[in-house]
Design a protein around this ligand. Sequence first.
Ligand code: THU
Length: 139
Amino acid sequence: MTTEIDWDQLRDAAIDAMRHAYVPYSNYAVGAAALTEDGRVVSGCNVENASYGLTLCAECALVSQLHMTGGGRLTAFVCVNGAGEIIMPCGRCRQLLYEHSAEGMVLHTVSGLRTIDEVLPDAFGPRDLETEAARKEQL
Ligand code: THU
């Protein structure tokens, strides 16, 4: 799967997105881009707020765009800083990405290509809720 991914194209999309970042407080622009199973590229930038804790990471916008453009699952992901350098998605955003990941989703990270399971081991996810729902039905 990794051989079919055009990482240069994906990184360029992340850089394009980064240029739209609204970061008056941290001055740290982020752009994120991902490939969907059906070949779309979705992207997002971070948007900060005067109430600092309300900041939306670039990945939030990306996930929104995923659903706005037809949904589906993500197969590949990269995010960059204001200099266009690859950065790691924050912990919260790894969880966001996990929810929408295709099996074996690959991330271009600061330490090379890593799967979603490698960057978020033993993740809590939708299957855990299904298990709980099934347990309650048995009671
Ligand atoms: N940021 C993201 O957009 N995504 C990440 O995965 C890491 C952090 C943003 C949030 C904030 O606007 C800025 O980077 C500095 O923390």
